[in-house]
Design a protein around this ligand. Structure first.
Ligand SMILES: C[S@@+](CC[C@H](N)C(=O)[O-])C[C@H]1O[C@@H](n2cnc3c(N)ncnc32)[C@H](O)[C@@H]1O
Length: 247
């Protein structure tokens, strides 16, 4: 008699999980899935030794159970609200915007990098729902704003007095390597395939390209976003304000 293994419960498809998370239905609080990786390695710190710090920024549940989230050591055991409030005191003056017409997988990566480089806000232009995989829950520490069209986004930027710097390598773009990025600006990225839409290009006061030397037409939007944000950092953060290495 052949042995028929018991059926494994089907893994939840990522798209369904995203949809449930959008609806606030994904299982567990953020500390359960706010991990740097999804394998069996334990990240973070265990329960805090007694006595506990007497400070409202600390979360009693994290102090008791340990903090396995993907946060820098200085924020260990802090509530999410306290972390966001602290980040808000020192955010940089650049914003990041990304077009979302096709549920591009890169958007999560753009959001994670925007968190790492402390962008003021992230703007999703197009569809409201975006693919959160790759963001690794970093969006919860970020202010994310939605604009239904590139025209709406352009009107918002104009009202804020923020120049829009498109990032794409289509003809007419100027080299990012030799462009001085404004201190206050929005860096706007396109999607896999089409790149910046015509409306997004029209919304941009300048479009910058990242120099390439190989055979591929482009790098992925997540990589391009990291390069552009880091270019802003190199141009606007003095060496004396660079944080020490280590997390
Ligand atoms: C994969 S690209 C696709 C579009 C590209 N224009 C093409 O012709 O293949 C998607 C997005 O990544 C960014 N990107 C990729 N490579 C870039 C480069 N070399 N310079 C500037 N942006 C780039 C842009 O924001 C672009 O809209």
């Amino acid at each position: 008699m052949s042995h028929v293994p018991a059926a494994e419960p089907a893994a939840e498809p990522a798209a369904d999980l995203d949809a449930r998370r959008d609806a606030g239905l994904a299982a567990g609080p953020d500390r359960d899935d706010d991990r740097d990786d999804r394998d069996d390695r334990v990240v973070g710190v265990g329960p805090h030794p007694l006595p506990w710090p007497d400070d409202p920024r600390y979360d009693p549940e994290l102090l008791a159970e340990g903090d396995r989230r993907n946060v820098v050591d200085g924020y260990r055991y802090w509530t999410r609200e306290a972390i966001v409030a602290d980040l808000d005191t020192r955010r940089h003056e650049f914003h990041v915007a990304v077009e979302n017409w096709q549920h591009d997988m890169n958007i999560g990566s753009v959001v994670r990098t925007a968190n790492a480089f402390l962008a003021r806000e992230v703007h999703i232009v197009g569809r409201r729902r975006w693919n959160r995989r790759g963001a690794m829950v970093t969006d919860r520490y970020q202010h994310v704003r939605h604009h239904a069209t590139a025209e709406e986004f352009a009107a918002w930027a104009a009202a804020e007095g923020l120049p829009v710097v498109g990032i794409d390598n289509l003809p007419g773009a100027v080299p990012l390597e030799t462009t001085e990025l404004p201190r206050r600006c929005v860096l706007l990225f396109g999607q896999e395939g089409p790149g910046l839409s015509e409306a997004a290009w029209a919304a941009s006061q300048t479009v910058c390209s990242i120099a390439q030397f190989g055979s591929t037409r482009s790098i992925n939007a997540g990589a391009a976003a990291a390069i552009a944000m880091h270019t802003w950092i190199v141009q606007h953060v003095p060496a004396s304000e660079l944080p020490p290495s280590g997390v």
